[in-house]
Design a protein around this ligand. Structure first.
Ligand code: NAP
Length: 291
């Protein structure tokens, strides 16, 4: 009996036990007819160099990277692609001509979800980003590059907000406004906004009652409210927005699109959105089975 050579793919992070990525990528491979298997690997920070060496040694087809390694893996790779260089964060590692190249698909994943599910083009829009961490950084660069009219960065740590403002100014010449959650004129900012995005973990399982302290009640009825948190599908923030009659965008679309982009980088093939979205939607409505 002959067994066709398959390729190993994986997720490096810690913790990874409840990640949806193995479900998403293994289904994508099945739909595309790719002989690959995707597993999650719990990797401690001190093991990261060895884990990257294993990618080379085992000739893995590619890996995703999640917390706490996104900002740390760069030095172990041979090269960073533009998005990863700009944001200083890597979520996808791709073997290319004997080298390992780091990419960031988070920003592009959000944009695809914003366009296809949210029905919004970012050009000319006034955007409020709540949180200034890794995901917010990826979104800020892509939204600025897509010529958003204004970007309000709302962070609890003014130094981190200032660092992101400086990176946007120095690297792509974009001026963003920095604010804190206790600012007096947050309601005035809300009243101007076309898009408000929660890029903090507030509301994520198990603390599902939490939501970022932002005055959505001051927003116009056309303002789209997005959450990057996808577990639960409907966060307390989105529920509050819906009660106010505002349109909403769940975080699951971004998760699926960033995975589709990673799969395309590894295989050159683009898996279809709808079946992958349905699969993860179903898993999130039940108890998550172990990957
Ligand atoms: P991160 O790098 O840790 O950044 C989190 C940000 O939220 C930081 O600015 C942090 O402030 C702020 N924050 C945390 N707790 C807060 C609180 N109680 N009040 C106000 N601000 C608070 O995390 P990340 O990687 O950007 O991820 C953020 C969220 O997006 C997570 O829930 C993650 O699951 C989700 N995400 C979703 C997708 C998707 O595909 N849908 C992709 C990536 C991330 P400090 O810096 O002061 O701590």
């Amino acid at each position: 009996m002959q067994i066709a050579a398959g390729r190993l793919f994986g997720l490096f992070g810690d913790p990874v036990g409840h990640s949806l990525s193995p479900h998403l990528q293994n289904e994508a491979f099945r739909l595309l007819g790719i002989n690959g298997v995707y597993l999650s690997f719990a990797i401690k920070p001190e093991e990261l160099g060895t884990a990257v060496a294993a990618v080379r040694c085992l000739k893995m087809g590619g890996v995703n990277v999640t917390i706490p390694h996104k900002e740390r893996i760069g030095p172990y790779l041979d090269r960073l692609a533009d998005d990863a260089l700009l944001t200083g964060s890597v979520n996808t590692v791709v073997p290319e001509d004997g080298q390992l190249v780091g990419y960031s698909t988070d920003g592009e994943g959000f944009l695809l979800s914003l366009r296809h599910q949210g029905g919004m083009e970012p050009v000319g829009k006034k955007v409020v980003l709540l949180g200034v961490g890794g995901a917010a950084r990826a979104l800020a660069f892509r939204l600025a590059q897509e010529r958003a009219a204004a970007l309000y960065l709302v962070g609890r740590n003014p130094e981190k907000t200032a660092a992101l403002q400086a990176a946007l100014r120095d690297r792509i010449g974009f001026t963003a406004v920095g604010l804190t959650f206790t600012e007096n004129d947050l309601a005035a900012v809300a009243a101007e906004a076309d898009l408000v995005i929660n890029a903090t973990p507030l509301g994520m399982f198990p603390a599902t009652a939490e939501r970022p302290p932002f005055p959505l009640e001051a927003c116009r009825r056309s303002c789209l409210v997005a959450d990057l948190v996808y577990h639960p599908l409907e966060t307390a923030f989105l529920r509050y927005a819906r009660r106010l009659g505002l349109p909403t965008l769940e975080g699951l679309g971004m998760l699926v699109y960033q995975g589709i982009l990673a799969c395309r980088l590894w295989t050159g093939l683009t898996p279809p959105f709808d079946p992958l979205y349905r699969l993860l939607h179903g898993l999130l409505q039940k108890e998550l089975p172990p990957a």
